[in-house]
Design a protein around this ligand. Structure first.
Ligand SMILES: NC(=O)c1ccc[n+]([C@@H]2O[C@H](COP(=O)([O-])OP(=O)(O)OC[C@H]3O[C@@H](n4cnc5c(N)ncnc54)[C@H](OP(=O)(O)O)[C@@H]3O)[C@@H](O)[C@H]2O)c1
Length: 327
């Protein structure tokens, strides 16, 4: 049998439950994946609230990314894939023990030994990679500001900067100082005045800012961007859509030869799937070469998804929270 989480109703009074069904049969171009780990993402919580752009109508199973083992193949898929490990960016559907995926949406992985760390890669590292290299076009030697460095995407940004010789300065709570510094990034307490803190580090301006926080924070980062620098906005932790839209517009109007870009991985997945797959493949290769250090914050069983969501909402976590659907 196949246990999954099912969102039956979204909104202010959502209904989310566990169901048991038979293991799906693969369509011609699909593989059946036994899910070893799936990631917990803010998008899952937003989908439960009904606030994620383009989300499906309930009932549906949440879960943005996964790693697992191919245990079945459709008639157009080579049976040699059986027993192989794969990663996938699913957007929904990963909170389950077994799932059917189009084979072209899966990426083969060599590393069975570190599957949990691999599961930190598809959403957070692809977002970070595309923010750095597809959105802000950062280069080795550049100096960038990473807001929320200890978070899932923030730590992936720091890790990729370390690998590419990009100098990073990251904000976080006081408790996250040594974690941020372990990536070679400089630390700024997010309660301190940004301008003063940058000055203390001898920094006047940065070539790029990566910011999931909100309108006030975007403006602070924007003010410290160099000419031709990029503010890459990718989340809204504080503030509402109205204030965010207004601020985005204001910053775009007074651009002063600075770029303001909004990044949304769901759009990339829809419109530039091949490029996204190529980027994730590259990230997995670096991981398998031992070049990345993804952080697992904690691992929960599938049945404990509510506790995992509570942990995700709590402040001060570091890296990625995972669910382990099988065992
Ligand atoms: N656009 C996209 O395609 C995309 C893709 C992935 C994620 N996201 C979005 O990106 C955001 C972050 O995702 P995540 O998975 O990395 O979440 P996360 O793991 O919860 O990280 C959020 C980080 O932000 C920090 N933070 C909170 N308030 C802050 C403030 N005022 N100033 C500076 N830092 C602050 C938190 O620090 P403390 O916990 O220490 O307070 C934490 O380190 C979410 O809004 C998510 O929806 C967007």
């Amino acid at each position: 049998m196949n246990r999954s989480v099912l969102i039956e109703r979204t909104g202010k009074h959502p209904h989310v439950t566990m169901i048991e069904e038979s293991i799906p049969a693969p369509k011609a171009d699909e593989v059946i994946v036994r899910v070893h780990y799936c990631g917990v993402a803010n998008a899952d919580l937003m989908m439960i609230n009904g606030s994620y752009l383009g989300q499906p109508k309930p009932p549906f199973t949440p879960g943005y990314d996964l790693v697992g083992e191919v245990v079945g193949v459709g008639r157009n898929v080579s049976s040699t894939l059986k027993g192989e490990y794969v990663a996938a960016l699913t957007e929904t559907g990963a909170y389950t023990q077994y799932t059917a995926l189009p084979v072209e949406e899966t990426i083969p992985c060599e590393t069975a030994a570190s599957l949990a760390q691999l599961a930190c890669l598809p959403l957070n590292y692809t977002t970070a990679y595309q923010l750095l290299f597809r959105t802000a076009h950062v280069q080795s030697g550049d100096l960038v500001l990473i807001q929320g460095g200890s978070g899932g995407v923030g730590s992936a940004l720091m890790d990729l900067c370390r690998l590419h010789g990009v100098k990073a300065i990251a904000t976080g709570s006081t408790a996250s100082r040594s974690y941020i510094e372990s990536f070679g990034s400089s630390f700024i307490d997010y309660n301190d005045h940004l301008g003063d803190a940058l000055k203390q580090h001898g920094i006047h301006e940065v070539q790029a800012v990566f910011d999931p926080v909100g309108p006030l924070s975007w403006k602070r980062g924007f003010d410290h961007l160099s000419t031709n620098g990029t503010l890459a906005i990718y989340g809204l932790i504080e503030g509402n859509y109205f204030a965010a839209g207004l601020q985005g517009l204001r910053l775009k109007i007074c651009q002063q030869k600075k770029a303001v870009r909004v990044y949304f991985i769901a759009m990339e997945r829809k419109k530039r799937h091949d490029r996204l797959k190529e980027d994730l493949q590259q990230i997995i290769t670096w991981f398998e070469e031992g070049k990345l250090q993804p952080t697992i914050s904690s691992i929960y069983s599938l049945a404990d998804f509510r506790e995992a969501h509570e942990a995700f909402r709590s402040r001060g976590k570091k890296g990625k929270i995972l669910l382990k659907p099988n065992g």
